[in-house]
Design a protein around this ligand. Structure first.
Ligand code: ARG
Ligand code: ZN
Length: 877
């Protein structure tokens, strides 16, 4: 709250009971077409030592009646001309981030001159400087509403225009990039130290896809010939010290280009595709037309410095941004409520791409684990919102796992319901019909319905918040040889939304013969009412039913399984995902014993002991996943009251210990069976490394003789970061005697590499043994940097994975202190960090009250509309 607002309250004690200057809400139902379109925009961006000057020329044409509205934030307006004549302040209104011209003629040429200050822009939105001292570069981030921080513009996704961009800067920044094709470059007349480049983008695009870069970077070059015969120049720009870490990304880019041609018939449409790596970035990456900008963490990869998990996600993110070229850029969103239209579909596409690069079961496991840990808990708490929200204050707050991951799950259900062939016909129709337009979720569903309109009911999945719970049981009648499966669905009523209605829920099901272990029938049950009974005939004896195979819908499943049924499925399921899913069910039953479940770990431990040796040899990565115990956050997401972090932690650790000890005799054999080999980036090699790290940790947990030496040797002889970091992490978590020396060695070895130093911070901040003193000292470390989101997250997000420390007086003091500190400087980051605290209301007392007080205190200081909106939601719990 600024002092001005506080004063207003004092002066007028009769003010209504709403927060002063409550930021205003934007509603989907109020959508109106823009009154003017932009045909072309010519931008001239001149970067100087302490500021940038932006000159723009907009050719605009009236579409409907109404004012001509431009958005602008943090801009110093120097001049505005309409159709050649300069406008005075009486000719337009300027307030609340808008510049409005009433009674504008039908054809308008606007010339606008503004000044901005990228050098002091810490929000990392708009045009900003990254780096410091002699090592600086300038990049843009315009999605969703950053372009209005560059110049006045109808900055909304349904205004599409042709951009021409001239960039001018000092020659110490040789790299001048913008969207499209390079038209011209040269020296600035009479200014020997300055040069310029002119770029032209032939595609009509919304302003959120604008990008430019002014920097001193090296470039890795390659090329790709599209299925349409176009030769595309591929470039990845990075600092010279990082250019050797761009090959993985380049290969992934070529793989993604090919994959989209084969699977969706989509070829690339420009002659050039550029990726730029920047170390200060709020998100993972951004799909700007022909000029992606990437967080270094999401594009750089090398065996020595990058873990397998990270490297795999680099490939997925490269593919994700590339796929946006069709799902997002060529067909874009009409308004920001439709964000899931591009994000949900694109996440589905990148998940499918990744599933082709490794075992599809493991891919599904990882995607579902993320969904359960983050999206389910979002849906269970006060930040629950529909995949397509209906109102927002700050759209940045809605780049959520609900929009992205649940959005992808809806597309997956639709694809599975249609079947491969009809889904492809539907997507072909979508691209045919809407290419070059800004559209809605309804448009998407209507195109996909071309072969069959059975998927139109899926619209409710976009409108209704909350995770459906599917409960069920079975009945076998031996006289008629009929199995009946009764399923029902229930979704909690989220306040502020209509009462939930039944959704179409595809439940992929298989029946297993108990004697032979073989599948006797496979069915896709469509549950689209509150309760339904499905009959299967000619079933000779009561089978074991495997449900929700491959996680055919994003729901919680509550089936009246016997532990023995789950153990049976762990052994006999052919669907790798479901083998994992049943282990997770068993684990959950054991952990939730206090809450009425009577499962003993024996069945689970026995099944594991039987399964593991074979599986370790066949599919090491899947074997590693079968030893997963859900994270503390995932377990917490299922608890709505009296959540006790200490209890959950103790239960998790006890079960982990039990597993480690029950299989104690196996660890040495397994570890030997998985020797370290020279580095290879194949699914098998990655599986071996993943399982070896799990086995090492288990062996340390069970105090297996020699395990500490295994860890030390693995660290010292590591061929890659997965091995080295796996060993380090295990040593830190188990507090082995020399852990500190290894931490120091790790720091020494990699101190020049920011991304590895992020790992160094996070392994300490997320350690099972972390304390607030450790966190405090990490925040005070000379390498800690408030201006680099990766570094902030490497401590703060890492530490929030330890709920027993987070939800304490000191833990919250630190955590909310960080939010306060970033609120003004980087509200997007501050607000995202805040969202982690959403489930405070489920805590056991006195933690709950303490957390509430801390949040109320934070509210007194909240400044940005990002944080104000998130706090208001979080506190309404
Ligand atoms: N469209 C980007 C992606 O998912 C995300 C950019 C979001 N940026 C933001 N500041 N909210 O690929
Ligand atoms: Zn995206």
């Amino acid at each position: 709250m600024s002092t001005a607002e506080t004063d207003a309250q004092i002066i007028n004690p009769d003010m209504p009971d709403v927060p002063p200057h409550a930021p205003s809400k934007i509603n989907l139902k109020d959508y109106k077409k823009p009154s003017f379109d932009v045909e072309t925009i010519d931008l001239d961006i001149k970067l100087f030592e302490t500021y940038a000057q932006i000159d723009s020329v907009l050719k605009m044409v009236r579409q409907t009646t109404g004012d001509l509205v431009l958005f602008g934030e943090d801009l110093e307006l120097l001049m505005v001309k309409m159709n050649g004549s300069q406008l005075g302040t009486e000719d337009y209104q300027q307030q609340a981030g808008k510049l409005t011209i009433s009674d504008a003629p039908n054809e308008v040429t606007l010339e606008i001159q503004v000044r901005i200050c990228p050098q002091t822009n810490t929000a990392l939105e708009g045009f900003y400087m990254a780096g410091s001292g002699d090592d600086t570069m300038f990049v843009t981030q315009c999605e969703p509403e950053g372009f209005r921080k560059i110049t006045f513009y109808p900055d909304r996704p349904d205004v599409l225009a042709i951009f021409t961009t001239r960039l001018e800067a000092d020659k110490r920044y040789p790299t001048l990039l913008a969207n499209g094709n390079l038209v011209e470059a040269g020296e600035v007349t009479d200014e020997p130290n300055r040069h310029y480049a002119i770029w032209h983008d032939p595609t009509n695009k919304p302003s959120y896809l604008f990008a430019c870069v002014v920097a001193d970077l090296d470039v890795l070059t390659d090329s790709y010939k599209t299925s349409e015969g176009r030769n595309v120049l591929l470039e990845i720009y990075a600092k010279s010290a990082d250019i050797d870490k761009c090959d993985v990304g380049m290969q992934a880019l070529k793989d993604a280009m090919k994959w989209d041609e084969v699977n969706y018939g989509r070829a690339y449409d420009l002659d050039r595709y550029m990726i730029v790596a920047v170390s200060q970035f709020n998100m993972g990456a951004m799909e700007n037309k022909g000029l992606n900008i990437f967080n270094t963490a999401c594009v750089l990869s090398s065996p020595e410095t990058t873990t397998d998990a990270r490297s795999f996600s680099v490939k997925a993110i490269i593919a994700h941004e590339y796929f946006h070229n069709w799902t997002g850029n060529r067909i874009t969103c009409r308004d920001w409520f439709q964000l899931c239209l591009k994000e949900g579909f694109t996440v589905y596409r990148d998940q499918s791409f990744s599933a082709d690069q490794q075992s599809s079961a493991v891919q599904r496991i990882d995607d579902v684990a993320t969904l359960r840990a983050h999206q389910f808990s979002e849906d269970a708490g006060p930040l629950a919102h529909p995949v397509r929200p209906e109102s927002f204050v700050e759209i940045n707050n809605f780049y959520t796992t609900t929009v992205y991951e649940k959005g992808a799950e809806i597309v997956r259900m639709i694809a599975n319901t249609l079947g491969q062939e009809d889904f492809r016909k539907g997507t072909d129709e979508y691209f045919r019909r809407y290419d070059g337009q800004a559209v809605t979720v309804e448009d998407f569903l209507s195109a996909l319905s071309i072969t069959d309109n059975k998927i139109e009911d899926f619209i409710d999945w976009y409108r209704q918040p909350g995770t459906p719970v599917v409960s069920g049981h079975q009945n076998y009648d031996s006289a008629t040889q009929t199995l009946t499966i009764t399923l029902s669905q229930q979704t909690r009523h989220v306040s502020g939304f209509d009462a939930p209605k039944p959704l179409p829920i595809p439940v992929a099901t298989a029946l297993f013969d108990k004697d032979s272990g073989n599948i006797i029938a496979e069915r896709m049950l469509l549950l689209d009412q509150a309760t339904q009974t499905f009959a299967c005939e000619d079933v000779a004896s009561e089978p074991v039913v495997s449900l929700l195979r491959d996680f055919s819908a994003p729901v919680q499943l509550n089936y009246d399984y016997q532990d023995e049924d789950l153990a049976f499925l762990l052994t006999h399921e052919t669907n790798g995902f479901n083998r994992w899913q049943v282990t997770q069910m068993l684990v959950n039953r054991i952990l939730l014993q206090g809450q009425g479940s009577k499962s003993s770990p024996d069945v689970y431990l026995q099944a594991l002991a039987q399964t593991l040796p074979r599986l370790a040899a066949d599919d090491a990565m899947l074997a590693a996943r079968l030893l997963d115990i859900p994270s503390a956050q995932e377990l917490a997401s299922a608890i709505n009251k009296n959540y006790d972090p200490e209890l959950i932690k103790a239960q998790r650790e006890a079960l982990y210990q039990q597993v480690a000890e029950a299989l104690k005799d196996q660890w040495a054999g397994l570890y030997e069976q998985l020797p370290m080999q020279s580095y290879e980036d194949s699914a098998d090699a990655r599986g071996t490394r993943a399982l070896r790290n799990v086995v090492l940790d288990m062996a340390l947990t069970a105090n297996v003789n020699g395990a500490v030496e295994w860890a030390e040797q693995q660290y010292n002889n590591a061929s890659c970061m997965t091995e080295r970091f796996g060993a380090l992490k295990a040593m830190v978590n188990h507090q082995v005697t020399n852990a500190d020396e290894y931490l120091a060695d790790f720091y020494e070895r990699f101190q020049e590499n920011d991304l590895v130093i992020d790992l160094w911070f996070s392994v300490q901040a997320s350690a099972d043994t972390v304390s607030t003193d450790v966190i405090q000292s990490l925040l005070e470390h000379q390498d800690f940097d408030w201006n680099t989101p990766n570094r902030v997250r490497s401590v703060i997000s890492a530490f929030s994975s330890q709920p027993t420390v987070l939800w304490t007086q000191e833990g919250l003091e630190i955590y909310t202190g960080v939010i306060k500190k970033l609120d003004d400087a980087n509200p997007v980051l501050a607000s995202r960090l805040l969202q982690t605290l959403a489930r405070w209301n489920t805590l056991v007392e006195p933690r709950r009250q303490m957390a509430h007080n801390k949040l109320l205190d934070l509210q007194k200081h909240a400044a940005s509309k990002h944080v104000i909106e998130s706090l208001e939601s979080v506190l309404k719990a």
